[in-house]
Design a protein. Structure first.
Length: 335
């Protein structure tokens, strides 16, 4: 057993030699907007010591059993489209920021994408055709701009569960177009069942794991809370001999931020900056030193840095809050 573990660690070090503790994917989830961006919008990304950004174009569907995905239209915000994504990437690259293209679906009224499920075979086929059109559009962009990583989907558990062969075939098709690294963003309670990790380069997890039931979770409580989840993540990395990438991670600056970190309910509006700091720091201390851990993308980062976040803001963004300094410190480049 000791020999196996040693060989596993050596293989991970070989696979991820450019992503050791001192050189992780230190990423931000760069939110799409109406606007063209410029140097002033990228400089804060540089100042927080990030070396990666997730650029997130969107497709839209009417409801959870509707098969048509509308994407790259003139009715969308600029940053949600293919031209907008390309412009964002070009500006980020000027400052040396690497890129993960992460196309996402938005269901009308914000319903959870993991519950997308068709009621007929005809609609399943229509959804597959529509999703293929959507993802291949951005696969071609990823190849065109030499994006370092392409995320092939985000939190689509029932779609994956009910149509596994489609996803296997889709990944094969993507690989005929795009030569970079691939991942999929599985929700925190989905990743154990995702069937195609063997085909991808990273095990991608949107890491909204519950770590504390306390109103203001302490750093120590959150460290303890991760002990229920980290062995499962470690084992999966070991099983597939793949590094783990947190395709999203982060906490709101609210009371009970570690209890159900995925909740975005606007009614939760009591600001708690310490809760965000303690949960964020515990996540870094739990994972960033591990050789099998590739890094992650903080959720979320807006382009108008000086106009967002702040100490009265209860949302996910760490911008202009104490949590931003925590991220800056852990993302700090080695001298």
């Amino acid at each position: 057993m000791k020999t196996f573990k040693l060989l596993f660690l050596l293989s991970i070090f070989g696979l991820q030699s450019c992503e050791t503790q001192t050189n992780k994917i230190n990423g931000v989830s760069f939110v799409a907007s109406r606007d063209i961006i410029d140097e002033s919008h990228v400089n804060p990304v540089v100042k927080v010591n990030a070396n990666f950004a997730a650029v997130m174009p969107f497709g839209f569907i009417k409801n959870l059993d509707h098969p048509e995905i509308n994407h790259n239209t003139d009715r969308q915000w600029f940053g949600e489209t293919k031209p907008g994504s390309k412009q964002y990437i070009e500006e980020l690259r000027k400052k040396g920021i690497k890129v993960m293209i992460k196309p996402q679906i938005w269901v009308w009224k914000g319903e959870f994408t993991g519950l997308i499920k068709m009621s007929t075979e005809e609609n399943w086929k229509a959804l597959e055709d529509s999703y293929t059109s959507f993802i291949l559009e951005y696969t071609k962009l990823a190849q065109e701009v030499n994006a370092e990583i392409l995320c092939i989907g985000t939190e689509l558990e029932l779609f994956v569960k009910h149509r596994p062969q489609y996803w296997t075939d889709l990944i094969k098709e993507i690989k005929t177009i795009y030569s970079g690294k691939l991942t999929y963003a599985a929700n925190w309670d989905e990743f154990k069942r995702t069937p195609f990790w063997e085909q991808l380069d990273y095990i991608g997890i949107d890491a909204y794991f519950p770590v504390s039931n306390q109103k203001t979770p302490t750093y120590e409580e959150c460290i303890e809370g991760w002990k229920a989840h980290k062995p499962i993540i470690t084992k999966l990395s070991e099983t597939y001999n793949k590094p783990v990438l947190f395709t999203e991670y982060g906490y709101r600056s609210v009371d009970f931020s570690g209890r159900e970190p995925w909740v975005s309910d606007i009614a939760m509006d009591v600001v708690n900056l310490d809760a965000q700091v303690n949960t964020t720091k515990a996540l870094f201390e739990t994972f960033w030193k591990e050789p099998w851990f590739a890094g992650g993308f903080i959720w979320k980062w807006f382009h108008k840095h000086d106009e967002v976040g702040g100490e009265n803001n209860s949302r996910f963004t760490p911008q202009n809050k104490p949590a931003e300094d925590v991220i800056r410190q852990y993302y700090k480049k080695e001298e």
